[in-house]
Design a protein around this ligand. Structure first.
Ligand code: FES
Length: 150
């Protein structure tokens, strides 16, 4: 007959350690994937090597009160046409570079990262952005709109 000491705890088996190691590995992979996914959503890559070529389109594509999304120099740009003006704004937030969204009902740009807000002229309304949205040159000749330096 063997003596069993009730105060002795059973040693964890190697199987438990292996399972914990696998769980840790999967958790680490999941966290890495989530971080990469979030980064790509919040800070979309911009192709800065692409030389900015002017973008042209018919004025009729952008009625008064409307907007038009284009890509200029690898950057997402939103055209906003009011009765008084036709402007092109980079959608890169001037705070930390997140992508701003146009909220047509409020006529504002909204940055989901830190709740930055810009008016329809790109001026800062609220939040941490230090300066207005970048504007890109726009020219209209006849019925053709051109975004960027010609
Ligand atoms: S990145 Fe837009 S408010 Fe911070």
């Amino acid at each position: 007959m063997t003596d069993i000491n009730p105060s002795q705890k059973p040693r964890p088996s190697a199987f438990v350690s292996r399972r914990q190691l696998i769980q840790l590995g999967l958790t680490t992979l999941g966290a890495a994937w989530l971080g990469t996914w979030l980064q790509s959503r919040l800070f979309p890559a911009t192709d800065t090597t692409q030389e900015a070529q002017p973008v042209s389109f018919p004025l009729s594509d952008l009625p008064v009160g409307g907007t038009k999304a284009i890509t200029y120099g690898g950057v997402s740009v939103l055209m906003v046409r009011t009765r008084e003006s036709l402007r092109a704004f980079s959608l890169i937030c001037t705070h930390l570079g997140c992508t701003v969204e146009w909220q047509a009902d409020k006529k504002e740009f909204y940055c989901p990262c830190h709740s930055g807000r810009f008016d329809e002229f790109g001026e800062v309304l609220a939040g941490p952005p230090p300066i207005p949205l970048e504007q890109i040159a726009v020219s209209v000749e006849g019925e053709i709109v051109t975004v960027g330096e010609v």
